[in-house]
Design a protein. Structure first.
Length: 344
């Protein structure tokens, strides 16, 4: 029996992501929370003949502090795509002013209503919203770093798709052969190709300009969609797929506990809170939040794959890591400082 709550369920990501969760037989209850249209989306999804019971939760007014608590109560998994998306010309960091307080307030409610839940943060800027969530949970005395995940799976999905096109192999065969580490914005996104004998011949033939173009497309894939949507938002459908892919890993770990891919999907996590994470954080110059492949057990991080020990990192990839670290530190500090200055 697993209750899942989606916060921001009526949005561009929230709706298709809720549809995918509704189809998962492991979900017994699906609570859809949004400040608009949650009941409509819930009524619609509830007609689908899969087991999950769907309920919509929408606050009756700005002063309604109870509805969110009811939506969250008893949840084992909370997925958060609530907040505003980018428009052309904006960076993800430009969303901080609006989305920081949305995440802070939602996570404070999670801390009070379902502190044991696994929390998946999709809302941007992920590089800051995850540190915000961590700081809120710390302040409220319920921080379990093994259950807080920034969802960076879309970067892996893009890396698999674009590399598959480049070397002409099915993208599905590349799952677990590209790890995307670092953060989730521009040059904080670092794709690492885990070359094995099945692809080494094709990888060695990639020209330097094609490799650079591949890296750039993964790092700025979000911008490609924002530009194409021309003011109508950012990636929603590919994100719903990616968010579901990670949520499904968490749901599977709640029942069986073992990862399926040799190298599992990455998530942006608080390194000092997971086994062997502190030494990686200090190797990264004190960068506490970083995306790495994570092995899950019972909805929590059991271990992670240390890319610097387990993967063969090339000189080009090492340079990408150094650039990523510069960008990450500022975003992490901004998120942490925001909560430290907030009254919860
Ligand atoms: P959207 O505007 O279509 O939907 C957001 C939803 O959040 C809306 O329905 C809105 O009513 C709701 N919302 C706002 N404040 C809320 C609150 N306090 N509580 C509950 N719900 C609230 O936006 P979208 O396209 O779905 O994107 C959502 C977020 O996800 C954005 O910040 C976007 O940048 C981010 N995103 C992240 C990734 C990633 O890879 N992590 C990928 C794509 C988009
Ligand atoms: C993405 O990578 O598509 C998302 O982070 C949305 C965005 O703003 O680009």
């Amino acid at each position: 029996m697993v209750k899942v709550t989606v916060c921001g369920a009526a949005g561009g990501i929230g709706q298709p992501l809720s549809l995918l969760l509704k189809l998962n037989p492991k979900v017994s209850e699906l609570a859809l929370f949004d400040i608009v249209n949650a009941k409509g989306v819930a009524a619609d999804l509830s007609h689908i003949c899969s087991p999950a019971a769907v309920t919509g939760y929408q606050p009756s007014s700005k002063d309604d502090k109870e509805t969110i608590k009811t939506a969250l109560k008893g949840s084992k998994l909370v997925v958060i795509p609530a907040g505003v998306p980018r428009k052309p010309g904006m960076t993800r960091a430009d969303l901080f002013n609006i989305n920081a307080s949305i995440i802070r307030d939602l996570v404070a409610n999670i801390a009070k209503s379902c502190p044991d839940a696994s929390i998946l943060i999709i809302s941007n800027p992920v590089n800051s919203t995850v540190p915000i969530a961590a700081e809120v949970l710390k302040k409220l005395g319920v921080f379990n770093p093994k259950k807080l995940f920034g969802v960076t799976t879309l970067d892996s999905v893009r890396a698999e798709t674009f590399l598959g096109d480049l070397i002409d192999v099915p993208a599905a065969s590349l799952k677990g052969k590209i790890s995307v580490i670092g953060g989730h914005s521009g040059d904080t996104i670092v794709p690492l190709i885990n070359v094995d004998s099945s692809i080494s011949g094709k990888i060695s033939k990639i020209s330097s300009s094609d490799y650079k173009a591949f890296i750039n497309r993964v790092q700025f894939g979000g911008d490609e969609v924002v530009k194409a949507k021309n003011g109508a938002g950012s990636a929603t459908l590919s994100m719903a797929y990616a968010g579901y892919r990670f949520a499904e890993n968490v749901l599977n770990s709640l029942s069986s506990g073992s990862p399926s891919a040799a190298i599992p999907d990455s998530a942006y996590i608080y390194l000092p809170g997971v086994p062997n994470g502190s030494s990686l954080a200090s190797k990264l110059g004190g960068t506490d939040f970083f995306s790495v492949p994570v092995v899950l057990e019972n909805g929590a991080i059991k271990s992670f794959v240390n890319p610097f020990e387990k993967l063969k990192i090339t000189k080009d990839e090492q340079k990408l890591v150094e650039v990523a670290l510069d960008g990450l530190k500022k975003s992490i500090d901004q998120g942490t400082a925001f909560v430290q200055a907030s009254k919860l």
